[in-house]
Design a protein. Structure first.
Lengths: 202, 311
């Protein structure tokens, strides 16, 4: 099963003819870890949103295993983890409820991500960014997951937390042959993680 | 030489109510010390929740009403109390805050940099400051929403340096910028220090800090655990196990994670705050608070560090 963006173009409503992405193509195979780097404002996050199905391209296609992504029902095999976990979690739900929203989560994942049982009864405002990001990761690693899009997921974390999270994700991706797209400004990080690195051209 | 800023044994605590009538004091910064000399960039590096921003607010005298500050802060050889901090901040002591949200969205950039004051000399100075950071005079007429992240950062630096400050406190000045833009911003801080000012650079980005800083102070759970010259990192002359772990967690230095997380304020009652994550921890580490002691190249808060030094 391959994830493909074929000649996709996209512009946000209200921007007229201005396109964030123009004729962009990208292929990710299972087990691959593709790095994506480009200056701010080039559309890295937008490309992730298209690949995960949050937005539809104005032209071009997003295909998963040869079929349009939009034809998949239920849990989407392509999931995205966002840069700011505090904006990706419901502030009014206890974190335990957030975790269970899409069904049960394996205890093994909670242990591996060092999610303390005490955190489950807290609200997002009561934990740090690094702790919240662990929840965002745990809730997407469901059995149906095939591709994971990581949009600067450790940019605001300290170095040790960053290394902990990536060490875990690498093992998990290897074990399940997940395809990863890793967006980052940090060249050294991409070098350490990726099987290849792509530039997003203007 | 007398340092521009010297912070000794600083503690900051907050008064909390655990129930309607029961008060409780939460120590968020505990025994923090550091000093900055003229012409130096000192980086304060630590995870979120280690007390970095509180340190800045403590120096500027802008802590919230329920905060309680102990220890000494001296600026230019004299005690920096609340009244003196209020007199000097925005003039001799300036803050470069994190992002665009600190700019007034309804005020054009020019008047904002000049703080509403007029006059030819000030106008000229404003132009010169903007030009120094590669911004043209047209930027003066722009509103903040029209600025890119990198431009906004340079405008924030401009608002600070137009006063010819002696001490610049930069609080996380680079997140969200690409490597090149972040490098340029760091270069501007280096220039300010080379011009004779002291720069306190607060960041969680160790790699970037090492490119410009003269010395690095490492914060862990509200304490300074080590202060070392920047060159000690690459040379492998670090003493505290947390500092070493931080350096080895860089992707290019092994990318090695240590287990566990930083404790919350009040979670560890006594002894070394790093003890639960330390592979060199001994019984005596957990008994009493660990002194922050001077070593040849700086300071360290660790009982086991010494042996390595002599070894």
């Amino acid at each position: 099963m391959t994830l493909e963006a074929k000649q996709v173009s996209f512009g946000y409503a209200g921007q007229g003819q201005e396109r964030v992405l123009r004729q962009v193509s990208l292929t990710i195979r299972p087990g691959e870890r593709v790095g994506l780097s480009a200056p701010s404002g080039r559309g890295k996050t937008t490309l992730c949103k298209l690949l995960a199905g949050y937005e539809r391209p104005d032209s071009g296609q997003i295909h998963l295993g040869g079929k349009p992504l939009a034809s998949f029902r239920g849990f989407c095999p392509v999931q995205m983890i966002w840069q700011h976990p505090e904006t990706a979690l419901d502030p009014l739900l206890r974190l335990g409820e957030t975790l269970r929203e899409a069904g049960p989560v394996e205890q093994r994942l909670l242990d591996a991500l060092h999610i303390s049982p005490a955190w489950l009864s807290r609200y997002p405002g009561e934990l740090s960014g690094g702790e919240l990001q662990r929840f965002c990761i745990a809730r997407v690693l469901r059995p149906g997951l095939r591709f994971l899009l990581c949009d600067e997921i450790t940019a605001m974390l300290d170095l040790i937390t960053q290394a902990q999270i990536w060490r875990f994700l690498m093992e998990e991706a290897d074990r399940r042959r997940l395809g990863l797209l890793i967006v980052s400004h940090n060249r050294q990080l991409l070098k350490a993680l990726c099987t290849r690195v792509e530039q997003l051209e203007k | 030489m007398e340092p521009i800023l010297s912070v000794r044994n600083l503690s900051i605590s907050f008064t909390q109510y655990t129930s309607k009538t029961r008060r409780h004091r939460l120590h968020v910064i505990d025994d923090l010390s550091l000093s900055i000399e003229a012409g130096q960039v000192v980086a304060v590096v630590g995870a979120s929740g280690s007390g970095k921003s509180l340190l800045a607010h403590g120096i500027l005298g802008i802590l919230p009403y329920n905060a309680f500050l102990e220890g000494s802060i001296r600026y230019g050889g004299e005690a920096l109390d609340q009244a003196r901090a209020a007199r000097l901040r925005g003039k001799e002591i300036v803050l470069v805050p994190q992002g665009v949200t600190y700019l007034d969205p309804l005020m054009k950039v020019g008047p904002q940099i000049r703080k509403g004051r007029r006059g030819k000399p000030l106008l000229d100075r404003c132009r010169a400051v903007l030009a120094r950071y590669g911004l043209g005079p047209e930027v003066e007429d722009a509103y903040p929403f029209a600025l890119s992240g990198g431009m906004a950062r340079r405008v924030l630096i401009s608002t600070a340096v137009i006063e010819s400050p002696r001490l610049i406190i930069a609080d996380e000045p680079t997140p969200g910028l690409d490597a090149q833009a972040a490098g340029r911003i760091m270069g501007h801080f280096r220039e300010l220090a080379d011009g004779g000012a002291g720069v306190l650079l607060i960041t969680h980005d160790l790699e970037l800090a090492l490119t410009v800083a003269d010395r690095v102070a490492v914060l862990y759970a509200g304490q300074t655990v080590e202060e070392a010259p920047a060159c000690a990192f690459a040379a492998g002359r670090l003493l505290h196990p947390y500092t070493k772990a931080l350096y080895q967690a860089l992707p290019q230095n092994g990318f090695i994670p240590i287990p566990g997380t930083q404790p919350y304020p009040g979670e560890i009652a006594q002894g070394c705050l790093f003890a639960p994550r330390c592979d060199r921890c001994r019984a005596q580490c957990k008994e009493a608070s660990i002194p922050y002691r001077a070593v040849s190249s700086g300071y360290v808060r660790c009982l086991t560090a010494e042996e390595e030094e002599t070894a």
